[in-house]
Structures are given as structure tokens and as C-alpha cells.
Ligand binder design. Structure first.
Ligand SMILES: Cc1cc2nc3c(=O)[nH]c(=O)nc-3n(C[C@H](O)[C@H](O)[C@H](O)COP(=O)(O)OP(=O)(O)OC[C@H]3O[C@@H](n4cnc5c(N)ncnc54)[C@H](O)[C@@H]3O)c2cc1C
Length: 480
């Protein structure tokens, strides 16, 4: 970055601080300290969600907080690792983590660096620019993140939760009153590799798109990709650009999904109030959405399809996969095709399976899923929806059996699979301005009510008079 760029960004950060001051924000912490509690709120995940939540908590006067991320600085989230597309899939610069502060928006950042004309000429936001912007947002908003620290386990305490953390192989514990899991896609259950691959191949012969893949090692090799959504096409593009000899992408449907119903969520009420619909209504919408869930954007498809050595196999789910010894893999499709390749990539998405999330081990079965709370009409069942956590409007986990684990209400889940309860994919850029204020309001309400006696005492306490009496003594009329 040049000196003038650095100056422009420093000036922008100063403008943001001034905006906050003009709004009269940055209130003092109002949450009474409790003996034995290290943090009133711990946010797990320093991606865009965690940053936005921490920023909003501070603005709400909840200041004894901490943000933890297992990744190194700059490695949070997906942007510099498993996201391989050239530009964001979201339309240019929707409001993001800044929640209402214009100087902290992506547009302000981009214009400060490159000018207003460059922003106007920009198509979709380049992925790595978005990652750079998030780094700047974190610094400009002043949000400390404890990188390299992983939440391993959560244990209920009287009046809070004990977090078991690990940093550089060293275990420690900290106590909190409220826990926010802003753990993204992985925090809902992890990558899903179908048994047809996982049961058939040694680990060195396949990868999931959610893993780091060294595409250089695929130069000159034949690659088969299962899945026809965005990440599968991104992996195809990356492999072809790295010089793979052939890339075959397989989708089970007769055609690609050509668009998403999620477009219909682009108006404020749908994002803001979806959670207030009945269970049956939310199921109906999400069921339709999932049927046309992830689709590959046109630029992603073109990126792969411009290569002559790219082949798209439609209507071709995989029936069997065999390792033939050495590096050869044979793929047999449901429709009778057979193909030899050297490496397999599963572009098969993520599982909604809380029992696979290490930090929830030991109590995942106590967390209500949609399947525990709602029985769809015959023919309308959907295992992935049924396995998604059933959250209340404040993003709290709900107990499977009421009364068995009431402390679950102190864990707020702001991860992807919360979308069945909340509407949009939780954590994606357009969701933040709707979800983060609601989440922070719920956290504040719970903290306030849990200390209601102390707050009542505070509100009812005698206050010093402002008037001395001297101001009006001379004007007081004598009684008649
Ligand atoms: C390939 C791909 C492309 C995408 N493209 C877009 C797009 O264009 N537009 C869009 O809006 N969304 C996109 N998304 C969705 C995207 O994941 C979210 O928008 C965004 O990353 C969500 O931010 P987040 O902070 O909620 O989660 P993440 O960015 O995933 O961050 C979660 C963080 O939690 C940390 N973490 C997880 N578990 C623990 C633990 N136990 N202890 C400590 N730290 C932990 C992780 O290290 C990570 O940094 C894409 C997703 C993928 C996978």
C-alpha cells in the first residue's frame, strides 16, 4: 500500500470515529461485573459476523467482551482460503458489517483508495479486496481479535459458561455469561463428503472444496468434481487454470440450477421478519429455497467452460467410485458412464449436523433441531432442514426437552445453518444489517433482565439535585 493510500484510510478511520461521536455513541459499559466471570460475552469467530457483532455490542454499551478465532490474522473466514471465485457472489457492496456507519462501508474504503470513478466502474467486488476491506474494518472499528485460539468445549456453570480454549497447544479456561457462535459454515457440522467417495478412496485421492487444495499438484492430471453448485465450478476453474489435463464436473440433475429463489429475500421485511412466520410457513419457504439452493453464477460457469478440456456431465450422479491402485480412480455414474481420473474433488456442500461440531460435543443432543419441533406433511420432509438448529428470534439455542439444559439459552448461534429459523444464510453480507442488531438486542435484554434487581436499584437510586433553589427563590410568590 502506498503512503497516500495509508493516509486516505487513516483519514477515513478518523471520519468514522467522528461519525460515532456525532451519533453520541460509545456509551460506558452498563453490564455489572460478576465475580468469577471473565467476559460478559465471548464471540467465537472473527469473520465478518464476529467483527460486526463485537462492534455492535460495544456501541450498545456491552463492553466486557472478547472475540476469538482459531485462524491466524487475515485467515479468518473463507475469503483467502476456500473461496476460490474471482468476485463475490453478492451484488456490489451491500451494507455489511459496519451497521449504519457510512465511513466504514466497503464503498467508502474503496473510494478512499481508488476514487469514486473506480468504484462506479467496479462490477462485483473482487474477493480478495473484500478480505482486505474486512482487515481494515477490524482495525478502523478497533476490534481486538484473539487469533490462533480455538474453542474446544463448553461447560455449563452456575450463572454462566466455562469455555475450554486452546492456543499453541496450550489449554486454558475462561468464564462468560453469554456465548455467541459466529462460526460460519463449518460451525454447523462441517463439510459433507458423500459415502460414495469417503468410503471408497484413500484420503490422498480426494479433497472437499472446503479444504486447502494445492491446485499446482493437479497440473497434467485428470480431475473429477462431484457437485454442480458454485464451489464445485470454482474448483474446476482453479484446477483448469493450474493446468489440469482434464476436468470433469458431475451434476445429478438434468440441467444446472440457473438461479436462486433467495433473490426474493432482497427486500427488508423478508430478511428482517422472516423469523416471525409460523414454523409451517418457514419450512415451506426454506424447502423451496433448498430445492434450488446453491447455483453457480454465470461468471463462475464461464471461467471453467472456456477451457476445451472441461467437460460437464449432467444427469450423472455417482453410483460407485473405485481406487484401482496407484493414483487411478474409476467413476461409474448412475446413468452408466465410466471414467478414469487421478483425483476427486467433492463439491458437495456442508452438513447441518451439530453432533459433528467439536465445541458442542457432549450436549448437541440437547439442542432442539427443526426435526424435533416441526413435522412436515408427508412428501415435504427434508433431512437437512430437519437437522438444522431451531433457534429463537434472539438466535438462542432451544432445549430439546424443556428444563433439561436451560443454560442453552445463553448460547446464541449466528452460523450458516441458522437460516432455517432466520431466513437468509446467516452471516452472509446482506444478512448482517438485519441479524446483528436483533442478536445484540437479545443479548442486551438477557443481560439486563438477569440483573434486574441491580438495574432497578440503579434506576430507583436517589440522584443529586440539579437545582439548588437559588435559581428561583426570589421569584416564589408569597402564599395568599
Ligand atoms: C466458497 C464460498 C463462497 C462464498 N461467497 C459468498 C459471497 O460472495 N457473499 C456472501 O455474502 N457470502 C458468501 N459466502 C458465505 C460466507 O461464508 C459468508 O458470507 C461469510 O464468510 C460469513 O461470515 P461469518 O463471519 O459468519 O463466518 P466465517 O467467515 O466462516 O468465519 C467463521 C470464523 O469462525 C472461526 N471458528 C470456527 N470455529 C471456531 C472455533 N471452535 N474456535 C475458534 N474459532 C472458530 C473460523 O476460523 C472463522 O474465521 C461464501 C461461502 C463460501 C464457502
Amino acid at each position: 500500500m502506498t503512503g497516500s493510500h495509508a493516509n486516505a484510510l487513516a483519514a477515513l478511520a478518523a471520519e468514522a470515529r467522528r461519525s460515532l461521536a456525532l451519533l453520541g455513541e460509545e456509551p460506558a459499559n452498563w453490564v455489572p461485573a460478576r465475580p468469577g466471570i471473565d467476559h460478559d460475552v465471548a464471540v467465537i469467530g472473527g469473520g465478518q459476523s464476529g467483527l460486526s457483532i463485537a462492534f455492535a455490542l460495544r456501541r450498545a454499551g456491552i463492553r466486557r467482551t472478547t472475540v476469538i478465532d482459531a485462524a491466524p490474522p487475515g485467515g479468518e473466514g473463507v475469503w483467502r482460503s476456500v473461496a476460490r471465485m474471482e468476485t463475490l457472489r453478492t451484488a456490489k457492496a451491500p451494507p455489511g458489517p459496519e451497521i449504519g456507519i457510512p465511513a466504514l462501508t466497503f464503498q467508502a474504503w474503496h473510494e478512499a483508495l481508488y476514487g469514486a470513478d473506480a468504484y462506479a466502474a467496479l462490477g462485483n467486488v473482487p474477493r480478495l479486496l473484500w478480505a482486505d476491506y474486512l482487515d481494515w474494518f477490524r482495525a478502523a472499528a478497533g476490534i481486538p481479535v484473539r487469533n490462533g485460539t480455538r474453542l474446544r468445549r463448553v461447560e455449563p456453570l452456575d450463572g454462566g459458561l466455562r469455555l475450554h480454549l486452546e492456543r499453541d497447544g496450550v489449554a486454558s479456561t475462561e468464564t462468560v455469561r453469554k456465548l455467541v457462535l459466529a462460526t460460519g459454515f463449518a460451525g454447523g457440522g462441517g463439510p459433507f463428503v458423500p459415502p460414495v467417495i469417503a468410503d471408497a478412496l484413500p484420503r490422498r485421492l480426494y479433497a472437499h472444496t472446503a479444504e486447502a487444495i494445492d491446485f499446482e499438484t493437479l497440473r497434467g492430471r485428470r480431475v473429477a468434481i462431484l457437485g454442480a453448485a458454485a464451489s464445485a465450478f470454482d474448483a474446476a476453474g482453479a484446477a483448469l487454470e493450474a493446468g489440469a489435463a482434464e476436468v470433469h464436473l458431475f451434476g445429478r440433475n438434468a440441467d444446472l440450477t440457473r438461479g436462486t429463489r433467495m433473490k426474493n429475500f432482497g427486500y427488508p421485511a423478508a430478511a428482517e421478519h422472516f423469523h416471525a412466520l409460523s414454523d409451517a410457513e418457514r419450512w415451506r419457504v426454506m424447502r423451496l429455497y433448498r430445492a434450488r439452493a446453491s447455483f453457480p453464477p454465470a461468471s463462475t460457469v464461464r471461467r471453467a467452460a472456456r477451457f476445451a478440456n472441461f467437460r460437464l456431465h449432467l444427469g450423472a450422479g455417482w453410483r460407485a467410485v473405485d481406487s484401482l491402485g496407484g493414483d487411478a480412480v474409476r467413476i461409474a455414474t448412475e446413468d452408466g458412464r465410466s471414467l478414469l481420473v487421478d483425483f476427486v474433488i467433492a463439491g458437495t456442500g456442508y452438513a447441518a449436523d451439530l453432533s459433528r461440531v467439536p465445541e458442542l460435543a457432549g450436549f448437541a443432543d440437547r439442542i432442539a433441531r427443526w426435526g424435533d419441533r416441526f413435522t412436515p406433511e408427508p412428501g415435504d420432509e427434508d433431512a437437512a432442514l430437519g437437522a438444522s438448529p431451531y433457534l429463537d428470534p434472539g438466535f438462542r439455542f432451544v432445549e430439546t426437552e424443556p428444563g433439561q439444559a436451560p443454560w442453552l439459552a445463553d448460547i446464541h448461534y449466528h452460523g450458516y445453518s441458522g437460516m432455517v429459523s432466520q431466513g437468509r444464510p446467516v452471516g452472509d453480507i446482506p444478512s448482517l444489517r438485519h441479524n446483528v442488531p436483533r442478536l445484540v438486542s437479545a443479548l442486551g435484554r438477557d443481560l439486563f433482565l438477569a440483573d434486574r434487581e441491580r438495574h432497578l436499584e440503579r434506576m430507583l437510586a436517589p440522584t443529586a439535585d440539579d437545582l439548588t433553589g437559588e435559581e428561583y427563590a426570589h421569584a416564589v410568590a408569597e402564599p395568599v
